[in-house]
Design a protein. Structure first.
Length: 543
């Protein structure tokens, strides 16, 4: 029986209680400790191997060559991990290294693949997801340390190979895509060029860059038209003059014919002076408009001079009917006929010249109308041409942009092929694990021994608490509230003393046996894995 709290628990009482409840402590401690040691012996040893892979950034400066692989490292690692964790890849590794033979024998290949997948861990450093550099760690666990190391290195090599293939595939895909787009854009650009060419051919002379030339030609044509109008006016004036001369000559010729007839009939005539006076009047009219060097003025002067020479003063008397009058009149008429033919010929030339000038004027007027129409239609054509040129310029810019991107993509693809871009390299290869990763024997043993001791002490405490026996006078006084006058100690007989001695010897033997078994189990565990715990079990057992 445990004393009440007011009396307290003395060290002597605790010592006596431990002696009374010794087996309540030792037996649970031994059983649970042996169970813990046996668990550590029977539990499978799982080894863990790790390899550290460094992500080396692009060697060429990014200012010169920009990689076409823009996927973040964490996303790429996730993609590669899914590829490696595929059933096909894992089955190949399982068959090559004879992994999980017991699972394949008792269950299925799918179960072995799932177990293999669970035993692979990928740990990415924080900086690897944000930039092109960083590192990540590959961890694999297995019961065979050699296979654990080999499989870890195989997985690391698969990561390196798949990463290289992934980058090359992305770079090649980018280049092929740009090649296709460049071909399409080249065809679009060719169509735009053809449209521009056809537009220029159809609207030749109406293009914006030709408007300045149209204005210049129109100005020249207007100047030519003005000059032609002046020339045509002058030519018409000449024609009018020649017609006047011809009319005057015909008048003189008619007068001369009448005078000759009158002379032949014997009539006195004063018509010649009158005809000469008309010629002089025409001369004065020409001089008012032309200079003395003008051909018409000079010709009319010659005609007047001849008339004056022929009409010298003579006395008309009865000798008018002399035989020399008729030949002189005939000579004058012949001269006027010659002059008339010359004037007619000149009039014909002037008419031809006027016709030529009129045709030229009509042609120039037609050209002026055409260029004026071009200038009027220019703004509308310019709008259409500007739209067409804008489409062509946009297509050309897109083509040049795709051409530059294609060139950059080809450089990036060559960078990937020559392995000058970002790549993985093994920084710390997997090594042969020296001790198992699980179970953690030290922790299991420590926890098992503490639980065994706690269980024994708890059982002893419970037994002591529930025991109604009074083991001292103080316990009795605390209950009955009366003083104990005398206590009689236990008096054992000789036979009882021998039995008590036998029980003590048996107890010592039992304790020694249990301790030996426990230490042997610990020694066996230590032999299985010497590096499990720094405990000299082997030395104790050998001694």
């Amino acid at each position: 029986m445990i004393p009440k709290p007011k009396d307290g628990l003395s060290l002597q009482y605790v010592k006596e209680a431990l002696q009374r409840r010794f087996w309540y402590i030792v037996l649970p401690f031994f059983v649970l400790s042996m169970a813990t040691v046996l668990h550590c012996i029977k539990a499978p040893r799982v080894y863990k191997a790790q390899t550290l892979i460094l992500v080396e950034p692009q060697r060429m400066p990014r200012e010169y060559i920009t990689s076409t692989v823009t996927i973040e490292l964490a996303d790429r690692l996730r993609t590669i991990t899914q590829q490696i964790n595929s059933r096909t890849r894992l089955e190949k590794i399982i068959n090559q290294h004879d992994l999980y033979s017991n699972i394949r024998a008792s269950r299925t290949m799918a179960a072995a693949v799932e177990t293999f997948r669970k035993n692979i861990e990928i740990n990415v450093s924080r900086s690897a997801g944000r930039s092109g550099s960083g590192s990540f760690q590959i961890t694999y666990m297995n019961v065979d340390p050699v296979k654990t190391r080999d499989v870890t290195n195989v997985i690391a090599n698969l990561f390196i190979e798949d990463h290289l293939k992934l980058r090359q595939a992305q770079a090649t895909g980018t280049t092929e895509f740009l090649n296709r787009e460049l071909g399409k854009m080249k065809e679009v650009l060719r169509q735009k060029e053809e449209q521009v060419r056809e537009f220029k051919e159809k609207h030749m002379g109406l293009l914006p860059e030709q408007m300045e030339n149209n204005y210049r030609i129109l100005t020249q044509l207007q100047r030519q038209l003005d000059s032609l109008n002046i020339t045509l006016q002058q030519t018409e004036n000449r024609k009018l003059l020649v017609q006047t001369q011809l009319s005057g000559l015909e008048t003189v010729q008619e007068a001369s014919s009448r005078e000759t007839g009158r002379l032949q009939l014997g009539h006195a005539a004063n018509q010649t002076p009158t005809s000469l006076e008309e010629l002089r009047q025409q001369l004065r009219s020409l001089k008012s408009r032309y200079s003395d060097k003008h051909p018409d003025v000079a010709r009319l002067k010659d005609t007047i001079a001849k008339f004056e020479k022929e009409q010298e003063p003579r006395t008309f008397d009865k000798d008018l009917e002399s035989p020399d009058v008729t030949p002189r009149a005939s000579e004058a008429q012949q001269l006027m006929v010659t002059q008339r033919e010359g004037l007619l010929s000149q009039l014909e030339l002037i008419d031809n010249e006027i016709g030529t000038l009129a045709r030229r004027k009509k042609e120039i007027a037609r050209q002026i109308a055409r260029y004026q129409q071009r200038i009027e239609e220019g703004p509308k054509i310019e709008l259409l041409f500007v739209d067409l040129r804008r489409d062509y310029s946009q297509a050309s810019e897109n083509y040049q942009s795709l051409l530059e991107r294609k060139s950059q993509a080809q450089l990036a693809e060559n960078l990937e092929r020559t392995q000058q871009a970002e790549q993985f390299s093994v920084l710390d290869p997997a090594k042969l694990p020296e001790k198992p990763f699980t179970p953690n024997t030290m922790k299991v043993l420590a926890l098992g021994f503490m639980m065994a001791l706690a269980c024994g002490l708890g059982l002893a405490y419970a037994r002591e608490y529930l025991d109604p026996t009074f083991w001292s006078s103080k316990e009795l006084e605390s209950v009955v509230q009366l003083p104990v006058l005398i206590s009689v100690p236990v008096v054992s007989t000789k036979r009882e003393r021998r039995w008590n001695l036998f029980k003590k010897a048996w107890a010592v033997g039992a304790v020694v046996s249990m301790a030996s078994v426990l230490f042997y189990a610990l020694f066996h565990l230590w032999k299985m894995d010497p590096g499990v715990f720094p405990f000299p079990v082997g030395l104790i057992a050998l001694s």
